[in-house]
Design a protein around this ligand. Sequence first.
Ligand code: ZN
Length: 222
Amino acid sequence: MSDPIDLLRQQVSDLHQELVRYNLVVWTAGNVSARVPGEDLMVIKPSGVPYDELSPGSMILCDLDGTVVEGDHAPSSDTAAHAYVYRHLPEVGGVVHTHSTYACAWAARGEAVPCVLTAMADEFGAEIPVGPFALIGDDSIGRGIVETLRGHRSPAVLMKSHGVFTIGKDARAAVKAAVMCEDVARTVHVSRQLGEPLPIAQADIDSLNFRYQNVYGQQPAR
Ligand SMILES: [Zn+2]
């Protein structure tokens, strides 16, 4: 299985199970995609297939206009949004969409999650911003994601009255951002029940984010 597309099918199929494991999805909602490096192609979830029936072979290969290149099902109904992101943000290798509960509660209010925890400064480097209200069916969702996240440190956007889209250098990074987004949306919500969360100084957010993104974790050997 050395074909890069077969490897991505396996990865994207496996990552869908992480959405289930972290309670980010119900029924068939939510989806993960990955760009095929160096090609105008992506691998994405099929539409309407239950999570326990997803397999590497059921993943859909599409071009970056959302046209199916290889696959037995229609691709996810969010394929146009994923494709738009890949066309306009060349550094993005993975996209995730969920309707996870706490993040959606903020999205339903059209309110950004303020950066009031060090873990948020680490992962998001800023508030988690709100994107515009957009209907499915054309490029509006994709455009809203790109316009909100371009030049923003956050890899997650709360699309107003809808849900979460996250981006990453690969699909795994985008899934991680979706997991962390729900986690901080829940914690900041709970904090709000106690009173107003305390702001973190911008200089501290900057320094936490720089350290986490550049120093933290296992660095590759030089
Ligand atoms: Zn949705």
